[in-house]
Design a protein around this ligand. Sequence first.
Ligand code: ADP
Ligand code: MG
Length: 253
Amino acid sequence: MSSQVLQVRAISKSFNQNKQQQIVALESVSLTVRSGEFVSLLGPSGCGKSTLLDLVAGLIGPDQGDILLGEHSILGKRGFVSYMPQNDLLFPWRTVLDNVMIPLQLQGIPTEKARQQAQEFLPLFGLANFSQSYPDMLSGGMRQRAALLRTYLCHKDVMLLDEPFGKLDALTKVQMQQWLLDIWQHFKHSVLFVTHDIDEAILLSDRIYLLSSRPGRIQAEISVDLPRPRRPRIATDGAFTKIKEKIYGFLEG
Ligand code: ADP
Ligand code: MG
């Protein structure tokens, strides 16, 4: 059995919306991600998914709870995980190559070397011919691949991805999911993936945590024991539908 790389332990978080009103975004949320595992957080809009990723990335602190990477607490600490936030904008004034190499520069690698290293990954991310393009010239899918490559080049064991395909049209989305599965099988990262799309969660994941609407609580943990590699048409299999029924069961209470 593989070890747990990430452990979120009884995390609660509330926000002051204005002087009087406090809203509870997350209530005692616990979850784990094992080494090399693909885990999804599935929940409705506003249930605290992005907040949870911000907490794991150390961008904000919780009211209660702890977050462990391996043995050590990373509570409030940045730089331990790769994070692709929901509104991940590429810098419009930088070319694709100069955007994706940013994490390498931040690691202290000199500019030319960073550029060279980043360049090597462009073909795998379907961007070989676009290194000198600016983000505005790219399709939605290509922009997301560039943002994913930039996240990947942070070179951390755990990747947090916040609805990376949420804004794509259905067909592009299917292509991107397939591509992400291939990339993931290639690199064997541990992934914590946020989505509100049930099919997407089943297609991609080893396990799914279902979050309730606000305040976000873990409502169920669902294992997805479908064979890999998976192709989009797996969504028409009986085993896939069974898992979907189970999720709808939880949603209907
Ligand atoms: P999700 O990603 O699941 O859509 P979020 O984590 O973005 O949900 O937000 C959860 C709740 O917390 C929402 O009601 C949102 O308005 C609130 N919230 C998130 N960030 C802040 C903040 N910085 N200040 C106040 N409220 C916030
Ligand atoms: Mg969100």
